[in-house]
Design a binder for this molecule. Structure first.
Ligand SMILES: C[S@@+](CC[C@H](N)C(=O)[O-])C[C@H]1O[C@@H](n2cnc3c(N)ncnc32)[C@H](O)[C@@H]1O
Length: 239
């Protein structure tokens, strides 16, 4: 499976994802409130550089960035439709250098020649196969600053839960709760999840991160299967 296949839903119907988040079915409100609070804890506010992998339209991260402005923001996504919207959402940022790049997130993090204070990624890494997730953590470990943070927002499987059982639970959750999504679009979303979602256990993500040099990790929040995870080289902030 190519990255382009796994993200075709975002290329062709970005508005469906926007609708899902509008109704807060993936807990964007709570999650991004938490991300905003996390960024406020950085002691390099106004000076930090943030790489956003799978940025989408940056709709929910942009208010966090406006509260805690980075000096540099780079968003990477395969979907041109999402990037076009991101330009609008990021427009009011107080003067950081914003770069939006169309490309694969794994290639981008492996190729970057910059050091990043924060690498953020929201609901994108679960599309990678296991070996590519391990590469992602290796690359993140290489380009994170000494006191850098990797903030990973994503769906996560329960320990020892099979992918099959995870999907059964998640698809039931969607069909039982996402009532405001028109039925044909709900089925499109279910097919996307069924075919392209490969969440890991937290313990696996933790091991992969440690292998990449990010030995400190914490679950910042959890709403159902939707987690915010924080990784760093050695020490994490008090939350
Ligand atoms: C579910 S959306 C999340 C958007 C936003 N980060 C959020 O938290 O709401 C996933 C985004 O990741 C992008 N994406 C998925 N796999 C990717 C890859 N391999 N390279 C670049 N972008 C990718 C998709 O195009 C989509 O915009």
């Amino acid at each position: 499976m190519t990255s382009a296949e796994s993200t075709s839903i975002f290329t062709h119907s970005w508005s469906l994802y926007d609708l899902i988040t509008e109704y807060n079915y993936m807990f964007h409100q709570e999650i991004y409130t938490g991300v905003g609070q996390l960024l406020k804890l950085r002691d390099d506010l106004g000076r930090y550089r943030l790489l956003d992998l799978g940025c989408g339209n940056a709709r929910y991260l942009s208010p966090c960035l406006k509260q805690s402005p980075p000096i540099l923001y780079e968003g990477v996504d395969l979907s041109e439709a999402a990037l076009a919207e991101a330009r609008g959402y990021l427009a009011g940022l107080p003067d950081p250098v914003v770069t939006l790049t169309r490309g694969d997130l794994l290639e981008a993090v492996e190729a970057t020649d910059k050091t990043w204070d924060v690498i953020f990624t929201g609901f994108a890494v679960h599309h990678l196969m296991s070996a590519d997730k391990a590469r992602f953590f290796q690359a993140a470990g290489r380009c994170l600053a000494e006191k850098g943070w990797l903030i990973l927002v994503d769906v996560v499987r329960e320990e020892n839960q099979s992918r099959e059982n995870y999907l059964m639970d998640y698809l039931n959750y969607m069909r039982d709760n996402w009532n405001k999504i028109p039925p044909d679009q709900l089925e499109e979303a279910c097919t996307h999840v069924h075919d392209h979602d490969y969440p890991e256990y937290f313990s696996t993500l933790k091991e992969m991160a440690a292998a990449g040099g990010l030995k400190a990790s914490r679950i910042v929040s959890r709403y159902g299967q939707h987690y915010t995870l924080l990784f760093a080289r050695s020490s994490l902030p008090q939350i």
